[in-house]
Design a protein around this ligand. Sequence first.
Ligand SMILES: [Zn+2]
Length: 508
Amino acid sequence: MKRIMHILTMMMTMTLTTTKISTLVRKRITSKKLHQLPLGMTLTFAHMIQDTILRVRTMSKTTSNLLSMKRFCWRKLVTMNFTNHCQDMTASTRRWLIQLRPNIPINELGGGTSNFDLEIGLSFDNKNDLQHAVKVWHVDKHCQYHAMESTTTTWAIKCKFPQYGCMWRLRACFRKKTQLWEITQLDVPHTCINLNIQRGHAQLDANMIAREIKSVVKADHGITIKALLDIIKNKYGHDVGYKRIWDAKRKAIAWAFGDWDESYAQLPRWLAAVRSKSPGTRIEWSQRQWRADEIRTASPRFRRVFFAFEASINAFKFCRPLLQIDATFLYGKYSGKLMIAISVDTNGHILPVAFAIAETESTDSWGWFLRMLRKHVTDREGICVISDRHPGILEAVNTPINCFCPPQGYHRYCLRRLLSNFGTHFKNEPLKVLLCRAVVQHQDRKFIACMERFTYLSSQTPQCLQYINAIPKELWTQAHDRGMRYGWMNSNGVGKYKVQIILRAKLQ
Ligand SMILES: [Zn+2]
Protein backbone atom coordinates (compact mmCIF):
# COMPACT_ATOMS: atom_id res chain seq x y z
CA MET A 1 0.00 0.00 0.00
CA LYS A 2 2.76 2.39 0.95
CA ARG A 3 4.57 1.52 -2.25
CA ILE A 4 1.55 2.32 -4.39
CA MET A 5 1.05 5.59 -2.63
CA HIS A 6 4.68 6.35 -3.19
CA ILE A 7 4.44 5.60 -6.92
CA LEU A 8 1.33 7.67 -7.28
CA THR A 9 2.96 10.56 -5.51
CA MET A 10 5.91 10.26 -7.82
CA MET A 11 3.69 10.13 -10.87
CA MET A 12 1.77 13.16 -9.81
CA THR A 13 4.70 15.27 -8.67
CA MET A 14 7.51 14.33 -11.03
CA THR A 15 7.78 14.67 -14.76
CA LEU A 16 8.26 11.11 -15.85
CA THR A 17 8.70 9.72 -19.28
CA THR A 18 6.31 7.13 -20.64
CA THR A 19 8.89 4.41 -20.28
CA LYS A 20 9.47 5.21 -16.66
CA ILE A 21 5.79 5.13 -15.83
CA SER A 22 5.33 1.90 -17.74
CA THR A 23 8.20 0.34 -15.91
CA LEU A 24 6.91 1.50 -12.58
CA VAL A 25 3.50 0.19 -13.30
CA ARG A 26 4.70 -3.11 -14.70
CA LYS A 27 7.16 -3.91 -11.99
CA ARG A 28 5.78 -2.61 -8.78
CA ILE A 29 1.98 -2.64 -8.77
CA THR A 30 0.08 -5.87 -8.73
CA SER A 31 -3.63 -6.47 -8.88
CA LYS A 32 -3.64 -7.58 -5.31
CA LYS A 33 -2.26 -4.28 -4.16
CA LEU A 34 -4.71 -2.31 -6.29
CA HIS A 35 -7.55 -3.79 -4.31
CA GLN A 36 -6.36 -1.86 -1.29
CA LEU A 37 -6.60 1.53 -3.00
CA PRO A 38 -9.43 3.88 -2.01
CA LEU A 39 -11.81 5.11 -4.71
CA GLY A 40 -10.20 8.50 -5.23
CA MET A 41 -6.74 6.98 -5.56
CA THR A 42 -7.96 4.33 -7.99
CA LEU A 43 -9.46 7.01 -10.18
CA THR A 44 -6.21 8.92 -10.19
CA PHE A 45 -4.23 5.80 -10.93
CA ALA A 46 -6.52 4.78 -13.79
CA HIS A 47 -6.27 8.27 -15.17
CA MET A 48 -2.50 8.07 -15.17
CA ILE A 49 -2.55 4.76 -16.97
CA GLN A 50 -4.92 6.09 -19.59
CA ASP A 51 -2.61 9.03 -20.24
CA THR A 52 0.30 6.68 -20.61
CA ILE A 53 -1.58 4.47 -23.07
CA LEU A 54 -2.43 7.46 -25.19
CA ARG A 55 1.23 8.43 -25.35
CA VAL A 56 2.50 4.98 -26.29
CA ARG A 57 2.20 4.76 -30.06
CA THR A 58 3.31 1.23 -30.76
CA MET A 59 1.67 -1.87 -29.47
CA SER A 60 4.24 -3.43 -27.25
CA LYS A 61 4.33 -5.71 -24.30
CA THR A 62 4.35 -2.66 -22.06
CA THR A 63 1.20 -1.32 -23.66
CA SER A 64 -0.60 -4.61 -23.34
CA ASN A 65 0.36 -4.66 -19.68
CA LEU A 66 -1.00 -1.19 -19.31
CA LEU A 67 -4.25 -2.18 -21.00
CA SER A 68 -4.48 -5.04 -18.60
CA MET A 69 -3.93 -2.65 -15.72
CA LYS A 70 -6.51 -0.27 -17.10
CA ARG A 71 -8.99 -3.05 -17.32
CA PHE A 72 -8.27 -4.01 -13.79
CA CYS A 73 -8.73 -0.41 -12.66
CA TRP A 74 -12.10 -0.35 -14.30
CA ARG A 75 -13.14 -3.52 -12.57
CA LYS A 76 -11.96 -2.04 -9.35
CA LEU A 77 -14.03 1.07 -9.94
CA VAL A 78 -17.02 -1.04 -10.73
CA THR A 79 -16.55 -3.04 -7.57
CA MET A 80 -16.51 0.21 -5.65
CA ASN A 81 -19.81 1.13 -7.24
CA PHE A 82 -18.38 4.25 -8.78
CA THR A 83 -21.52 4.71 -10.89
CA ASN A 84 -23.30 5.73 -7.70
CA HIS A 85 -20.83 8.56 -7.36
CA CYS A 86 -21.22 9.77 -10.95
CA GLN A 87 -23.76 12.38 -9.93
CA ASP A 88 -21.17 13.97 -7.64
CA MET A 89 -18.33 13.87 -10.15
CA THR A 90 -17.27 16.86 -12.14
CA ALA A 91 -18.08 17.00 -15.83
CA SER A 92 -14.42 16.53 -16.76
CA THR A 93 -14.14 13.38 -14.63
CA ARG A 94 -17.26 11.95 -16.23
CA ARG A 95 -15.92 12.73 -19.68
CA TRP A 96 -12.69 10.99 -18.86
CA LEU A 97 -14.50 7.89 -17.57
CA ILE A 98 -16.39 7.70 -20.83
CA GLN A 99 -13.14 7.87 -22.77
CA LEU A 100 -11.74 5.02 -20.72
CA ARG A 101 -14.09 2.55 -22.45
CA PRO A 102 -12.66 -0.69 -21.07
CA ASN A 103 -12.99 -3.87 -22.97
CA ILE A 104 -14.90 -5.74 -20.31
CA PRO A 105 -18.36 -7.25 -20.35
CA ILE A 106 -20.82 -4.56 -19.49
CA ASN A 107 -22.88 -6.79 -17.27
CA GLU A 108 -20.06 -6.59 -14.73
CA LEU A 109 -21.13 -3.07 -13.98
CA GLY A 110 -23.76 -4.40 -11.62
CA GLY A 111 -26.68 -2.44 -10.14
CA GLY A 112 -29.57 -1.36 -12.34
CA THR A 113 -33.01 -2.87 -12.59
CA SER A 114 -32.73 -5.83 -14.98
CA ASN A 115 -32.09 -8.98 -13.01
CA PHE A 116 -31.17 -11.05 -16.04
CA ASP A 117 -28.48 -11.17 -18.66
CA LEU A 118 -28.83 -11.71 -22.37
CA GLU A 119 -27.40 -14.99 -23.58
CA ILE A 120 -27.68 -17.33 -26.52
CA GLY A 121 -30.61 -19.72 -26.17
CA LEU A 122 -32.75 -17.30 -24.13
CA SER A 123 -36.34 -17.68 -25.39
CA PHE A 124 -39.42 -15.51 -25.27
CA ASP A 125 -43.10 -16.11 -25.93
CA ASN A 126 -43.29 -13.46 -28.61
CA LYS A 127 -41.32 -10.76 -30.37
CA ASN A 128 -42.70 -7.98 -28.16
CA ASP A 129 -41.45 -9.70 -25.02
CA LEU A 130 -38.05 -10.22 -26.61
CA GLN A 131 -37.80 -6.59 -27.68
CA HIS A 132 -38.94 -5.36 -24.28
CA ALA A 133 -36.35 -7.48 -22.48
CA VAL A 134 -33.56 -6.24 -24.75
CA LYS A 135 -34.72 -2.65 -24.30
CA VAL A 136 -34.82 -2.93 -20.51
CA TRP A 137 -31.36 -4.49 -20.55
CA HIS A 138 -29.98 -1.68 -22.72
CA VAL A 139 -31.56 1.12 -20.71
CA ASP A 140 -30.24 -0.47 -17.56
CA LYS A 141 -26.73 -0.78 -18.96
CA HIS A 142 -26.63 2.69 -20.53
CA CYS A 143 -26.18 1.30 -24.05
CA GLN A 144 -28.20 1.75 -27.20
CA TYR A 145 -28.81 -0.40 -30.24
CA HIS A 146 -29.85 0.04 -33.80
CA ALA A 147 -32.15 -2.36 -35.66
CA MET A 148 -30.69 -4.00 -38.77
CA GLU A 149 -33.44 -6.43 -39.63
CA SER A 150 -36.95 -6.88 -38.34
CA THR A 151 -39.28 -9.39 -39.94
CA THR A 152 -41.93 -11.80 -38.73
CA THR A 153 -39.28 -14.46 -38.11
CA THR A 154 -36.05 -12.57 -37.51
CA TRP A 155 -34.84 -9.66 -35.42
CA ALA A 156 -31.25 -8.46 -35.72
CA ILE A 157 -29.72 -5.48 -33.96
CA LYS A 158 -26.27 -4.00 -33.47
CA CYS A 159 -24.68 -1.39 -31.24
CA LYS A 160 -25.66 2.17 -32.08
CA PHE A 161 -22.04 3.30 -31.84
CA PRO A 162 -19.91 1.05 -34.03
CA GLN A 163 -17.71 4.09 -34.67
CA TYR A 164 -16.39 3.66 -31.11
CA GLY A 165 -15.25 0.18 -32.02
CA CYS A 166 -18.15 -1.58 -30.29
CA MET A 167 -19.02 -4.67 -32.29
CA TRP A 168 -21.94 -5.84 -30.13
CA ARG A 169 -24.62 -7.65 -32.12
CA LEU A 170 -27.68 -9.71 -31.35
CA ARG A 171 -29.81 -11.90 -33.55
CA ALA A 172 -33.02 -13.66 -32.60
CA CYS A 173 -35.24 -15.99 -34.63
CA PHE A 174 -38.68 -17.47 -34.33
CA ARG A 175 -38.42 -21.24 -33.83
CA LYS A 176 -41.28 -23.06 -35.47
CA LYS A 177 -40.60 -26.16 -33.42
CA THR A 178 -40.99 -24.45 -30.07
CA GLN A 179 -43.08 -21.50 -31.25
CA LEU A 180 -40.71 -19.26 -29.30
CA TRP A 181 -38.39 -16.38 -30.13
CA GLU A 182 -34.84 -17.42 -29.35
CA ILE A 183 -31.57 -15.47 -29.19
CA THR A 184 -29.35 -17.30 -31.66
CA GLN A 185 -26.39 -14.98 -31.92
CA LEU A 186 -24.80 -12.66 -29.39
CA ASP A 187 -21.44 -11.23 -30.29
CA VAL A 188 -18.87 -9.50 -28.11
CA PRO A 189 -20.12 -7.47 -25.16
CA HIS A 190 -20.77 -3.75 -25.43
CA THR A 191 -17.67 -1.65 -24.99
CA CYS A 192 -19.40 1.69 -25.55
CA ILE A 193 -20.44 2.72 -22.07
CA ASN A 194 -22.01 6.12 -22.22
CA LEU A 195 -22.68 7.49 -18.79
CA ASN A 196 -23.82 10.75 -20.31
CA ILE A 197 -27.16 9.34 -21.46
CA GLN A 198 -29.46 11.13 -19.08
CA ARG A 199 -32.25 12.05 -21.45
CA GLY A 200 -33.79 10.59 -24.57
CA HIS A 201 -32.40 7.06 -24.43
CA ALA A 202 -33.31 5.54 -27.80
CA GLN A 203 -34.67 2.35 -26.25
CA LEU A 204 -36.74 4.12 -23.60
CA ASP A 205 -39.52 4.64 -26.13
CA ALA A 206 -43.27 4.95 -25.67
CA ASN A 207 -43.87 1.20 -26.09
CA MET A 208 -41.37 0.27 -23.41
CA ILE A 209 -42.60 2.95 -21.00
CA ALA A 210 -46.22 1.90 -21.64
CA ARG A 211 -45.37 -1.65 -20.53
CA GLU A 212 -43.60 -0.35 -17.46
CA ILE A 213 -46.46 1.94 -16.35
CA LYS A 214 -49.35 -0.28 -17.39
CA SER A 215 -50.12 -1.52 -13.88
CA VAL A 216 -49.85 1.99 -12.43
CA VAL A 217 -52.15 3.44 -15.07
CA LYS A 218 -54.62 0.61 -14.60
CA ALA A 219 -54.79 1.35 -10.87
CA ASP A 220 -55.24 5.08 -11.47
CA HIS A 221 -55.80 6.21 -15.03
CA GLY A 222 -55.96 9.80 -13.81
CA ILE A 223 -52.31 9.72 -12.75
CA THR A 224 -50.46 12.81 -13.90
CA ILE A 225 -47.71 12.85 -16.51
CA LYS A 226 -45.40 14.38 -13.90
CA ALA A 227 -45.93 11.40 -11.58
CA LEU A 228 -45.20 8.99 -14.45
CA LEU A 229 -42.04 10.94 -15.29
CA ASP A 230 -40.88 10.51 -11.71
CA ILE A 231 -41.58 6.78 -11.79
CA ILE A 232 -39.41 6.29 -14.88
CA LYS A 233 -36.72 8.60 -13.51
CA ASN A 234 -36.54 6.67 -10.25
CA LYS A 235 -36.52 3.29 -11.95
CA TYR A 236 -34.06 3.91 -14.77
CA GLY A 237 -32.38 7.19 -13.91
CA HIS A 238 -33.34 8.71 -17.25
CA ASP A 239 -35.35 11.81 -18.00
CA VAL A 240 -38.02 11.32 -20.64
CA GLY A 241 -39.77 13.96 -22.71
CA TYR A 242 -43.35 14.96 -21.81
CA LYS A 243 -44.70 13.96 -25.21
CA ARG A 244 -43.18 10.50 -25.03
CA ILE A 245 -44.69 9.87 -21.59
CA TRP A 246 -48.05 11.18 -22.76
CA ASP A 247 -47.95 8.82 -25.73
CA ALA A 248 -46.94 5.95 -23.43
CA LYS A 249 -49.82 6.70 -21.08
CA ARG A 250 -52.27 6.67 -23.99
CA LYS A 251 -50.97 3.26 -25.06
CA ALA A 252 -51.05 1.93 -21.49
CA ILE A 253 -54.68 3.02 -21.12
CA ALA A 254 -55.53 1.32 -24.41
CA TRP A 255 -53.86 -1.90 -23.22
CA ALA A 256 -55.41 -1.76 -19.78
CA PHE A 257 -58.94 -0.72 -20.69
CA GLY A 258 -59.13 -1.49 -24.39
CA ASP A 259 -58.80 0.72 -27.39
CA TRP A 260 -61.43 3.39 -28.05
CA ASP A 261 -62.38 1.64 -31.30
CA GLU A 262 -62.45 -1.70 -29.50
CA SER A 263 -64.70 -0.28 -26.81
CA TYR A 264 -67.23 0.83 -29.38
CA ALA A 265 -66.90 -2.50 -31.17
CA GLN A 266 -67.62 -4.34 -27.91
CA LEU A 267 -70.73 -2.28 -27.17
CA PRO A 268 -73.14 -4.41 -29.29
CA ARG A 269 -71.82 -7.63 -27.71
CA TRP A 270 -72.10 -6.16 -24.23
CA LEU A 271 -75.66 -4.97 -24.76
CA ALA A 272 -76.62 -8.28 -26.35
CA ALA A 273 -75.23 -10.08 -23.28
CA VAL A 274 -77.26 -7.80 -21.01
CA ARG A 275 -80.41 -8.49 -22.99
CA SER A 276 -79.81 -12.25 -22.95
CA LYS A 277 -79.76 -12.14 -19.14
CA SER A 278 -82.49 -9.53 -18.81
CA PRO A 279 -84.85 -9.98 -21.77
CA GLY A 280 -86.94 -6.93 -20.94
CA THR A 281 -84.00 -4.59 -21.44
CA ARG A 282 -84.73 -2.13 -24.22
CA ILE A 283 -82.03 -1.23 -26.72
CA GLU A 284 -82.30 0.88 -29.82
CA TRP A 285 -79.51 1.70 -32.22
CA SER A 286 -79.31 4.64 -34.57
CA GLN A 287 -77.03 4.46 -37.59
CA ARG A 288 -75.30 7.33 -39.26
CA GLN A 289 -76.03 8.02 -42.88
CA TRP A 290 -73.13 7.74 -45.31
CA ARG A 291 -71.88 11.00 -46.69
CA ALA A 292 -71.36 11.31 -50.42
CA ASP A 293 -67.57 11.56 -50.06
CA GLU A 294 -67.25 8.52 -47.77
CA ILE A 295 -66.30 5.02 -48.84
CA ARG A 296 -69.14 2.71 -47.89
CA THR A 297 -68.37 -0.45 -45.94
CA ALA A 298 -70.47 -3.48 -45.11
CA SER A 299 -70.80 -2.58 -41.42
CA PRO A 300 -73.13 0.28 -40.47
CA ARG A 301 -71.79 3.52 -38.99
CA PHE A 302 -72.54 4.05 -35.32
CA ARG A 303 -74.48 7.17 -34.43
CA ARG A 304 -76.39 6.64 -31.19
CA VAL A 305 -77.58 3.91 -28.89
CA PHE A 306 -80.32 4.03 -26.27
CA PHE A 307 -80.66 1.42 -23.52
CA ALA A 308 -82.87 1.02 -20.47
CA PHE A 309 -82.58 -1.96 -18.16
CA GLU A 310 -85.64 -4.08 -17.48
CA ALA A 311 -85.42 -3.58 -13.70
CA SER A 312 -85.30 0.21 -14.11
CA ILE A 313 -88.30 0.26 -16.45
CA ASN A 314 -90.32 -1.81 -14.01
CA ALA A 315 -89.23 0.24 -11.01
CA PHE A 316 -90.06 3.56 -12.63
CA LYS A 317 -93.74 2.60 -12.73
CA PHE A 318 -93.73 2.94 -8.94
CA CYS A 319 -91.72 6.14 -8.77
CA ARG A 320 -92.86 9.74 -8.82
CA PRO A 321 -93.45 11.05 -12.36
CA LEU A 322 -90.14 12.83 -12.24
CA LEU A 323 -87.17 12.59 -14.61
CA GLN A 324 -83.88 14.40 -14.22
CA ILE A 325 -81.93 14.46 -17.45
CA ASP A 326 -78.37 15.48 -18.16
CA ALA A 327 -75.37 14.49 -20.26
CA THR A 328 -71.68 14.06 -19.58
CA PHE A 329 -68.60 13.95 -21.79
CA LEU A 330 -67.10 10.68 -22.91
CA TYR A 331 -63.42 11.41 -22.57
CA GLY A 332 -61.47 9.69 -25.30
CA LYS A 333 -60.75 9.59 -28.97
CA TYR A 334 -64.39 10.18 -29.92
CA SER A 335 -66.06 13.13 -28.26
CA GLY A 336 -69.43 11.51 -27.61
CA LYS A 337 -71.89 12.21 -24.81
CA LEU A 338 -73.44 9.87 -22.29
CA MET A 339 -77.05 10.94 -21.74
CA ILE A 340 -78.69 9.91 -18.50
CA ALA A 341 -82.26 9.99 -17.19
CA ILE A 342 -82.83 9.24 -13.52
CA SER A 343 -85.77 9.33 -11.20
CA VAL A 344 -86.28 9.38 -7.44
CA ASP A 345 -88.29 6.89 -5.44
CA THR A 346 -90.49 7.73 -2.46
CA ASN A 347 -87.56 7.27 -0.10
CA GLY A 348 -85.58 9.86 -2.03
CA HIS A 349 -83.25 7.23 -3.50
CA ILE A 350 -81.88 7.67 -6.99
CA LEU A 351 -83.11 5.31 -9.69
CA PRO A 352 -81.24 5.26 -12.99
CA VAL A 353 -83.89 4.95 -15.68
CA ALA A 354 -82.25 5.13 -19.10
CA PHE A 355 -78.99 5.86 -20.87
CA ALA A 356 -77.89 6.84 -24.34
CA ILE A 357 -74.61 7.39 -26.09
CA ALA A 358 -74.94 10.13 -28.66
CA GLU A 359 -72.58 12.08 -30.84
CA THR A 360 -73.29 15.42 -29.17
CA GLU A 361 -75.86 17.42 -27.20
CA SER A 362 -78.24 19.02 -29.66
CA THR A 363 -81.94 19.55 -30.23
CA ASP A 364 -81.92 16.50 -32.47
CA SER A 365 -80.12 14.21 -30.04
CA TRP A 366 -82.14 15.34 -26.98
CA GLY A 367 -85.36 15.03 -28.99
CA TRP A 368 -84.37 11.50 -29.99
CA PHE A 369 -83.56 10.64 -26.36
CA LEU A 370 -86.94 11.93 -25.16
CA ARG A 371 -88.77 9.99 -27.87
CA MET A 372 -86.86 6.85 -26.87
CA LEU A 373 -87.97 7.39 -23.26
CA ARG A 374 -91.56 7.59 -24.42
CA LYS A 375 -91.20 4.58 -26.68
CA HIS A 376 -89.35 2.22 -24.34
CA VAL A 377 -89.73 3.40 -20.75
CA THR A 378 -93.00 5.17 -19.99
CA ASP A 379 -96.15 6.59 -21.50
CA ARG A 380 -97.29 8.24 -18.24
CA GLU A 381 -98.68 11.72 -18.53
CA GLY A 382 -97.67 14.71 -16.43
CA ILE A 383 -94.02 13.74 -16.10
CA CYS A 384 -91.84 16.55 -14.79
CA VAL A 385 -88.51 16.87 -16.54
CA ILE A 386 -85.82 18.71 -14.56
CA SER A 387 -82.74 19.80 -16.43
CA ASP A 388 -80.32 22.61 -17.00
CA ARG A 389 -81.10 25.26 -19.62
CA HIS A 390 -79.15 23.69 -22.45
CA PRO A 391 -80.64 25.08 -25.70
CA GLY A 392 -80.98 21.55 -27.10
CA ILE A 393 -83.08 20.43 -24.13
CA LEU A 394 -85.19 23.60 -24.11
CA GLU A 395 -86.17 23.13 -27.72
CA ALA A 396 -86.59 19.36 -27.49
CA VAL A 397 -89.01 19.44 -24.53
CA ASN A 398 -91.09 22.11 -26.26
CA THR A 399 -91.39 20.14 -29.47
CA PRO A 400 -94.76 18.27 -29.47
CA ILE A 401 -93.43 15.27 -31.41
CA ASN A 402 -91.16 14.44 -28.47
CA CYS A 403 -94.22 13.98 -26.23
CA PHE A 404 -93.07 16.03 -23.25
CA CYS A 405 -95.20 19.15 -23.81
CA PRO A 406 -98.08 19.80 -21.37
CA PRO A 407 -100.09 17.85 -20.41
CA GLN A 408 -97.82 14.92 -21.28
CA GLY A 409 -94.86 16.50 -19.57
CA TYR A 410 -93.73 19.63 -17.77
CA HIS A 411 -90.31 21.14 -17.94
CA ARG A 412 -88.62 22.66 -14.88
CA TYR A 413 -85.19 24.20 -14.44
CA CYS A 414 -82.53 22.93 -12.14
CA LEU A 415 -82.14 25.50 -9.35
CA ARG A 416 -78.45 24.84 -8.83
CA ARG A 417 -77.65 25.49 -12.48
CA LEU A 418 -79.87 28.58 -12.54
CA LEU A 419 -78.09 30.09 -9.54
CA SER A 420 -74.71 29.09 -10.95
CA ASN A 421 -75.51 30.86 -14.24
CA PHE A 422 -76.76 33.91 -12.35
CA GLY A 423 -73.56 34.01 -10.28
CA THR A 424 -71.42 33.70 -13.41
CA HIS A 425 -73.28 36.50 -15.16
CA PHE A 426 -73.46 39.06 -12.37
CA LYS A 427 -70.98 37.96 -9.68
CA ASN A 428 -73.24 39.40 -6.98
CA GLU A 429 -73.29 37.07 -3.98
CA PRO A 430 -75.99 38.86 -1.84
CA LEU A 431 -78.42 38.86 -4.79
CA LYS A 432 -77.66 35.22 -5.46
CA VAL A 433 -78.41 34.25 -1.85
CA LEU A 434 -81.65 36.24 -1.95
CA LEU A 435 -82.64 34.60 -5.20
CA CYS A 436 -82.02 31.17 -3.72
CA ARG A 437 -84.28 32.07 -0.79
CA ALA A 438 -87.02 33.24 -3.15
CA VAL A 439 -86.87 30.09 -5.27
CA VAL A 440 -87.49 27.65 -2.43
CA GLN A 441 -90.47 29.49 -0.90
CA HIS A 442 -93.70 27.51 -1.00
CA GLN A 443 -96.01 30.46 -0.39
CA ASP A 444 -96.56 33.20 -2.93
CA ARG A 445 -96.55 36.00 -0.34
CA LYS A 446 -93.13 34.90 0.95
CA PHE A 447 -91.85 34.68 -2.60
CA ILE A 448 -93.13 38.20 -3.31
CA ALA A 449 -91.46 39.50 -0.14
CA CYS A 450 -88.14 38.00 -1.20
CA MET A 451 -88.46 39.42 -4.70
CA GLU A 452 -89.29 42.90 -3.35
CA ARG A 453 -86.08 42.78 -1.38
CA PHE A 454 -84.30 41.49 -4.50
CA THR A 455 -85.71 44.37 -6.56
CA TYR A 456 -84.60 46.88 -3.97
CA LEU A 457 -81.05 45.51 -3.82
CA SER A 458 -80.75 45.26 -7.57
CA SER A 459 -81.79 48.87 -8.19
CA GLN A 460 -78.19 49.67 -9.13
CA THR A 461 -78.02 46.75 -11.54
CA PRO A 462 -81.45 46.51 -13.21
CA GLN A 463 -80.19 43.86 -15.64
CA CYS A 464 -80.26 41.34 -12.75
CA LEU A 465 -84.01 41.76 -12.38
CA GLN A 466 -84.50 41.70 -16.15
CA TYR A 467 -82.56 38.44 -16.31
CA ILE A 468 -84.81 36.79 -13.73
CA ASN A 469 -88.07 38.27 -14.98
CA ALA A 470 -87.34 36.94 -18.46
CA ILE A 471 -87.71 33.37 -17.14
CA PRO A 472 -91.31 32.21 -16.56
CA LYS A 473 -91.89 31.81 -12.80
CA GLU A 474 -93.32 28.31 -12.96
CA LEU A 475 -90.05 27.06 -14.42
CA TRP A 476 -87.85 28.10 -11.52
CA THR A 477 -89.92 28.85 -8.40
CA GLN A 478 -91.48 26.39 -6.03
CA ALA A 479 -94.34 28.72 -5.17
CA HIS A 480 -95.59 28.69 -8.79
CA ASP A 481 -94.59 25.15 -9.61
CA ARG A 482 -98.07 23.62 -9.07
CA GLY A 483 -96.45 20.67 -7.34
CA MET A 484 -94.84 19.26 -10.43
CA ARG A 485 -91.39 18.96 -8.90
CA TYR A 486 -92.44 17.04 -5.78
CA GLY A 487 -90.04 19.29 -3.91
CA TRP A 488 -87.04 18.40 -6.08
CA MET A 489 -85.45 21.65 -7.09
CA ASN A 490 -82.22 20.36 -8.59
CA SER A 491 -81.03 17.79 -11.05
CA ASN A 492 -78.34 16.90 -8.50
CA GLY A 493 -79.33 13.26 -8.69
CA VAL A 494 -77.94 13.08 -12.21
CA GLY A 495 -74.81 14.92 -11.12
CA LYS A 496 -74.18 12.48 -8.29
CA TYR A 497 -74.85 9.55 -10.58
CA LYS A 498 -72.41 10.94 -13.17
CA VAL A 499 -69.74 11.23 -10.46
CA GLN A 500 -70.40 7.61 -9.44
CA ILE A 501 -69.98 6.44 -13.03
CA ILE A 502 -66.69 8.32 -13.41
CA LEU A 503 -65.37 7.03 -10.06
CA ARG A 504 -66.26 3.44 -10.92
CA ALA A 505 -64.65 3.78 -14.32
CA LYS A 506 -61.45 4.92 -12.55
CA LEU A 507 -61.53 1.98 -10.16
CA GLN A 508 -61.83 -0.65 -12.89
ZN1 LIG B 1 -22.02 -0.82 -27.87
